[in-house]
Ligand binder design. Structure first.
Ligand code: ADP
Length: 649
């Protein structure tokens, strides 16, 4: 076994590898970019080496710097994780040339599977069923159009170098072929520097079922299937194992094909054979076809670990260090059912737009496996994949495991960025999904319902207001002046909270709609514990980060922005010399006089505006030079109410 390895990756997969290495007594070296200087994987590793600037091209894709870091730290092997350099055969060659071990397959095996067309040809020769279509070298547009006619529409055009759902076009009629071809070629050229395509028959009601394989260079075993049919734009969202509706007969046919595929290229390490399955009429042993092989550990490997009880990273280290396969086919069996949901910083209601932000709160329920590369307080930056975590559950049956996933999502607290949490939770409540009727079109068909964000109910708004005002514990935050009623503006709602004491509150929402009258929400018996707020008839989790208040209504986060008219004035005035009226209003209280010594934060003037009272505090320590505000006086927006003596230099 190695004594020290370097992990050429970041985020959750780097953390995942470090965990197993530590368990095995293997020391770890992390690499990191500027943006990741304080990242979780850096903190977890025994050593860490800075390899460059934040863009991946200047750090995580710099193979030479990574190899140098391994040599400098005395690491004997490099684990590539997934993505980045994990399927780059030139990197594998360079690692070996440096006298180090690549924890993964040979460069030749990666090359054999690197291009979809060559891989299909190879698999066809090995007797593995492949998706009917054209995967030859001829790329003339008219020729390809004729091939598409032969295959029969709809067809799928794929960039042969494609990955991550890029460079694919589904074409329904011959009239759309040329435009689709150009699109796929353009994307292939732009993303992979290779415009060549292949054409496949479009499989109706397609299901994506893949087999986990593991080889030692000569022999291979499979660790059963994963169903990854729940996809949006060809990207996986929730994965599970085993596949719903799988029969023993089909599983052995797929397993045998997968092992044949791995052994055909002398595969070593963890790999995945992806099949497309025709799910229109149940699962049949003659209804699956090879799509491609991923020559690395997959994002969704944990569901396989859960149902087999095997640590795939441990197997990777053992086989890479020269041990034989740790188990034979007959030693591997399935226990129960597992799910994985991918939690991303992205806006599902805006076409899954990636998001960024500082995760003010991040908390997963106890007892649930959450593979994550970030902690509360960490930033999701624009430089990398916006994944926050993978939530994995394992139960005796599919129904139990799905229920666990639903509850796990409902109890997850994540604030500071928009996330797909509500979308994932909606999926776990989807009737068809619950019934195991999965296909790759499910999400798109029901997208509107799955991504709709319901309006915040009145009690959620009331709790947000109580949390925003910081009065949940009966404390007012005001020392000199303690009114019973506080007001706060949450986005476009003006909310008034009357503290009755003993955890009782009367909340009036939208008080500015005087004519229609505000909505009254009584909140009684409120108690807070950590981020939990409970009261008679309800309970929520709440996270406050700066001016953002997030109330979790099960897995649906309702996000409110506290609009504070004073904050702008306070910002302008902080550390400055003057107090300025933030809006027109009436001076109610003046708590100081000219010549008085004040301390920063002292409440000096209370004014009433828009039926709310506002306290203006001393911008810094100092002596009051001039006082223009008088109780009962009307002031205009921007009036100087008080000025302090200039600071001595
Ligand atoms: P990538 O390498 O970009 O991920 P894949 O070849 O793995 O591309 O295909 C991605 C997804 O596209 C599959 O999981 C499946 O949902 C869909 N797909 C691929 N080939 C077909 C096909 N022939 N018919 C229908 N859907 C397909």
């Amino acid at each position: 076994m190695f004594s020290k390895i370097l992990i050429a990756n970041r985020g959750e997969i780097a953390c995942r590898v470090i965990e197993t290495a530590r368990k095995m007594g293997v020391a770890t070296v992390a690499v990191y970019s500027d943006a990741d200087a304080r990242a979780k994987h850096v903190q977890m590793a025994d050593e860490a080496v800075h390899i460059g600037a934040s863009p991946v091209g200047e750090s995580y894709l710099k193979g030479d710097r990574i190899i140098q870091a391994a040599r400098d730290t005395g690491a004997q092997a490099i684990h590539p994780g997934y993505g980045f350099l994990s399927e780059n055969p030139d990197f594998v060659d360079a690692v070996q040339a440096a006298g180090l071990t690549f924890i993964g397959p040979s460069a030749d095996a990666i090359r054999a599977m690197g291009l979809k067309d060559a891989a299909k040809k190879l698999m066809e020769e090995a007797g593995v069923p492949v998706v009917p279509g054209y995967h030859g070298a001829e790329q003339d547009a008219d020729f390809l159009a004729a091939e598409a006619d032969k295959i029969g529409y709809p067809v799928l055009i794929k960039a042969r170098a494609g990955g991550g759902g890029k460079g694919m076009r589904k074409i329904d009629t011959p009239a759309g072929f040329k435009a689709g071809l150009e699109g796929a070629q353009r994307e292939g050229q732009a993303s992979f520097g290779d415009a060549a395509v292949l054409i496949e028959k479009w499989i109706t009601t397609p299901r994506h079922i893949e087999m986990q394989v593991f080889g030692d260079g000569t022999r291979a075993v499979h660790l059963f299937e994963r169903d990854c049919s729940l996809q949006r734009r060809h990207q996986k969202v929730i994965e599970e194992a085993p596949a719903p509706g799988m029969t023993d007969e089909m599983r052995s046919a797929m397993g045998a094909a997968a092992v044949k595929a791995a052994e055909a290229i002398g595969y070593s390490g963890a790999g995945t054979i992806e099949f497309i399955v025709d799910g229109s009429d149940g699962l049949r042993p003659d209804g699956f076809w090879f799509m491609e092989m991923n020559t690395r550990l997959q994002v969704e490997h944990p569901v396989t670990e859960e149902i087999t009880g095997i640590d795939l990273v441990e197997w990777q280290l053992r086989v890479a260090s020269g041990e034989p396969l740790p188990a034979g086919q007959d030693d591997i069996s399935i226990t129960g059912h597992a799910f994985e949901a991918r939690l991303y910083a992205e806006d599902a209601s805006k076409g899954f737009l990636p998001a960024t932000g500082r995760l003010g709160a991040l908390q997963f329920p106890d007892g649930v496996r959450a593979d994550s590369g970030v902690r509360a307080g960490d930033e999701i930056t624009p430089f990398y994949d916006p994944m926050i975590a993978k939530l994995i559950t394992h139960g005796p049956t599919r129904e139990v495991a799905l229920g666990q996933l639903r509850r796990a999502l409902e109890q997850t607290v994540v604030a500071g960025s928009v996330t797909n949490l509500p979308f994932l939770a909606a999926l776990t409540r989807h009737e068809g999904f619950a019934a195991g009727e999965v296909d790759t079109g499910l999400i798109e068909r029901d997208q509107a319902a799955l991504t709709a964000i319901p309006d915040a109910p009145a009690d959620v708004v009331a709790i947000a207001a109580i949390a925003a005002l910081g009065v949940a514990n009966g404390q007012t935050g005001f020392t000199l002046w303690t009114p019973l009623t506080h007001s706060v503006t949450l986005d476009d709602r003006l909310v008034r909270v009357t503290v009755l004491g003993g955890g009782d509150f009367d909340v009036e929402i939208d008080v500015q709609n005087e004519g229609q009258g505000g909505q009254n929400v009584p909140i009684r018996g409120l108690v807070t514990t950590g981020s939990d707020i409970r009261y008679e008839g309800g309970s929520y989790r709440v996270a406050c980060e700066n001016d953002i208040v997030t109330v979790f209504d099960r897995a649906v986060p309702h996000v409110f922005t506290r609009i504070d008219p004073l904050s702008r004035a306070a910002e302008a005035g902080a550390g400055g010399d003057v107090l300025i009226a933030p809006m027109p209003g009436l001076i109610k209280v003046v708590n100081t006089e000219a010549g008085a010594t004040v301390t920063q934060g002292d409440a000096l003037i209370v004014m009433e505006a828009m039926k709310m009272e506002h306290t203006l505090t001393a911008p810094r320590d100092g002596i009051v030079a001039q006082l223009a505000a008088k109780p009962g006086g009307q002031v205009a927006d921007g009036d100087v109410l008080l000025s302090l003596e200039p600071m001595e230099e």
